[in-house]
Design a protein around this ligand. Sequence first.
Ligand SMILES: NC(=O)C1=CN([C@@H]2O[C@H](COP(=O)(O)OP(=O)(O)OC[C@H]3O[C@@H](n4cnc5c(N)ncnc54)[C@H](OP(=O)(O)O)[C@@H]3O)[C@@H](O)[C@H]2O)C=CC1
Ligand SMILES: O=C(O)[C@@H]1CCC=N1
Length: 194
Amino acid sequence: MVEDVCADIKGSGTNPLVVSIAAGVTIESLEGWLGSSARVVRVMPNTPCLVGELAAAYAPNAACSAADAATVSSLLGALGTAFKVKEADLDAVTGLSGSGPAYVFQFIEALSDGGVRAGLTRPIATALAAKTVRGAATMVLQTGKHPGELKDQVTSPGGTTITGVHALEQGGMRAAVMNAVLAATARSRELGKK
Ligand SMILES: NC(=O)C1=CN([C@@H]2O[C@H](COP(=O)(O)OP(=O)(O)OC[C@H]3O[C@@H](n4cnc5c(N)ncnc54)[C@H](OP(=O)(O)O)[C@@H]3O)[C@@H](O)[C@H]2O)C=CC1
Ligand SMILES: O=C(O)[C@@H]1CCC=N1
């Protein structure tokens, strides 16, 4: 698909700034299809851009000027946050923030299911789950505190939270999340080899 689009761009005889969001597709491949003088910025966005909460990263190729990079940075910045990274890091960005919304949706659904299992109605459980995730994320971003410190602030000695945290540890939640990021990162690298 990406190769066909690049062929169309090359055939147009123009030399536009090309922005690719295709997971795994390397700058080297894009240059191969577009021509080595092509100006290419590889971006990994995520679906929260639809609500102005983009978490993205981008890497310009050597042919891009500072103005080209600034144009993409400004476009992405209008939708949220975008970090300039080395191209080699974009597979990890894909595994974390590119695919990450799906992990968080799964977590919200699971929180809601827990609430329903404990007797709450579905609308109230889902609203509480989503607001809890958003509130906790906002605390991380606004305070700059380590998430572990914020977790400690919630956990009363012998209380409900540490009991829930223990249950999550028994379920291997942290290893499962880390494995999800690593598996998706590996898949992004694999896509780049096709
Ligand atoms: N979904 C996500 O959250 C993210 C996706 N991406 C990247 O975005 C790209 C699209 O992903 P996604 O939307 O999920 O995939 P989908 O399969 O849902 O959409 C692919 C789209 O591309 C169109 N298409 C296919 N071939 C061509 C072609 N030759 N010329 C023009 N258009 C074509 C399809 O049109 P039609 O339906 O008519 O076939 C379809 O609209 C992928 O490269 C993915 O890695 C990047 C970051 C996040
Ligand atoms: O699932 C995918 O391959 C794409 C890339 C990141 C999010 N969706």
